[in-house]
Design a protein around this ligand. Structure first.
Ligand code: ZN
Length: 475
């Protein structure tokens, strides 16, 4: 198993600037129930003390308010507090093509939609797309997202627009470029330049870290794949890849490379770098043993898997083998909302339906997957994912005054089954309130939506999506 990294980027570790105007004692965030994703799992009438960008204390509200009487108190006596959610898989590259191409399985969906869009994305669409997707993520409690931007390389690198968007919103990101040399005209040099530009942008960001992205094993020629492995081992930041999402992908690699994609990654050294594998739907026992032995983390994307009719990730088998499984909303073209609460609930329901077992996945387990287990899948569990002193102050406050949370018999079930975006009152990222009473301070969402419409229309027309999109019509 891969050990958690101890050389963290400052933005995701506990260092950083203090909240403006904040006193040394910090402030308290109070909840009727504080769900920690740690030990103890729940504190009744609890509070979290935040100093700067870090959790300084956690305990009962009576104790903390007594010891720190000068601290301002946020949250409320009926609210529920959780760690910020970790989205382990997404694609801001799809933010302008939502609600489209519904009747395709993965392979055809890639050919019809993604292959048409990817060559036409530019830095501006990366920036606006990240804002559009990121606003939705923050509103549903996501404080860190693991993104893979899929586009063709251009003279001016595209993917730094993702970092720019995350900085604008104050949302943490693990950013990667979903590299492929499969589409005609894509050069290896262009792919490497895009990786380098994104890595440089992430290094200058206070919120982002870089990973080497690989769209799929099939998307890269063996020589390109070898370059990706080299890159991952030299950067030491880890890898983000789609693996075993569809049977078609596995059959293709078996025919051309005579083993499963997972076995190919293991044999060619990819898993020697920390790896996050998205999907892992179709798995032989040997594949699961390889994932476990290399400490590969898995992103379970229930809504996307259902939309593309891909299949059901064997979550119990994976977790039973010691593999860390997080939850992912996946891209806006295969979900199509960027809603973590929808994903958590759907993730539970899909496992129950698949197993015909109402205990197949519990609310408590799902909340752990959305927080500390997702962090562990990304090797960041020593910095984020639970409410522990010393970790980043990434928290969500759910509104106990909402009708959906009026009567809480079990706060874990209340969050998983009852809560939606409307119940998300405040979201704190590194001690900064990025969502306040359901709104994003400093973000002009109306102007953003207006701006995105022009880009989406232009993209639909240039990608020739007339058979799929009303936006592609002239005028
Ligand atoms: Zn994906």
């Amino acid at each position: 198993m891969t050990e958690p990294s101890d050389t963290l980027h400052p933005a995701i570790s506990s260092e950083g600037a203090a909240h403006p105007g904040q006193q040394d004692a910090g402030f308290l965030i109070r909840g009727k129930y504080v769900l920690t994703s740690s030990e103890p799992e729940m504190i009744s009438d609890g509070a979290v003390r935040v100093v700067g960008d870090t959790i300084a204390d956690i305990g009962s509200f009576a104790d903390l308010s007594g010891r720190f009487p000068s601290c301002a108190v946020l949250g409320g006596p009926n609210d529920i507090v959780t760690p910020g959610f970790i989205n382990t898989h997404g694609h801001f590259s799809e933010a302008l093509v939502t609600g489209i191409a519904e009747n395709y399985a993965l392979g055809d969906w890639l050919r019809v939609l993604i292959d048409a869009v990817a060559p036409r994305l530019d830095r501006e669409s990366a920036f606006i797309g990240t804002l559009l997707g990121g606003v939705q993520m923050l509103r549903t409690g996501i404080t860190l997202t693991n993104d893979m931007f899929v586009c063709d390389p251009r003279t001016t690198p595209v993917t730094p627009g993702v970092v720019q968007g995350l900085e604008e919103l104050g949302l943490k990101g693990i950013v990667s470029y979903g590299a492929s040399d499969r589409r005609s005209g894509t050069s290896v040099e262009g792919v490497l330049a895009e990786h380098a530009a994104l890595r440089e942008a992430a290094a200058s960001s206070t919120l982002c870290r870089f990973r080497v992205g690989i769209a799929t094993v099939a998307a890269q020629a063996p020589s390109m794949f070898a370059r990706s492995v080299d890159l991952a081992s030299s950067y030491e930041d880890g890898v983000h890849i789609h693996l075993h999402e569809s049977r078609e992908e596995i059959e293709f690699i078996r025919e051309s490379r005579h083993m499963s994609p997972i076995a190919y990654c293991a044999q060619h050294g990819l898993f020697d770098s920390p790896t996050l594998a998205a999907h892992c739907v179709w798995l032989a026992d040997a594949d699961i043993r390889l994932l476990a032995s290399y400490g590969v983390g898995v992103a379970y994307n229930p809504v996307s898997n259902m939309i593309l009719a891909s299949g059901v990730c064997p979550v119990a088998r994976l977790r039973g083998s010691g593999i860390k499984v997080g939850l992912g909303v996946d891209g806006p073209a295969s979900n199509d909302r960027q809603d973590m609460l929808e994903t958590i609930k759907t993730g539970v329901l899909l496992q129950r339906l698949d197993q015909l077992d109402p205990a197949a996945l519990t609310a408590r387990a799902a909340l752990r997957m959305a927080t500390i287990e997702g962090a562990a899948a990304l090797n960041l569990d020593n910095a984020v994912g639970s409410l522990d002193p010393g970790k980043a102050a990434d928290l969500v406050v759910f509104d106990g005054g909402s009708p959906a949370l009026a009567n809480v018999h079990d706060p874990f079930q209340a969050i998983v089954y009852c809560a939606g975006a409307r119940e998300v009152k405040d979201v704190w990222v590194a001690g900064q309130r990025r969502v306040a009473d359901g709104e994003l301070p400093g973000v002009d969402v109306t102007a953003l939506v207006r701006e995105s419409r022009k880009l989406a229309r232009c993209l639909a027309q240039r990608a020739d999506l007339g058979a799929l999109s009303l936006l592609a019509a002239p005028g």
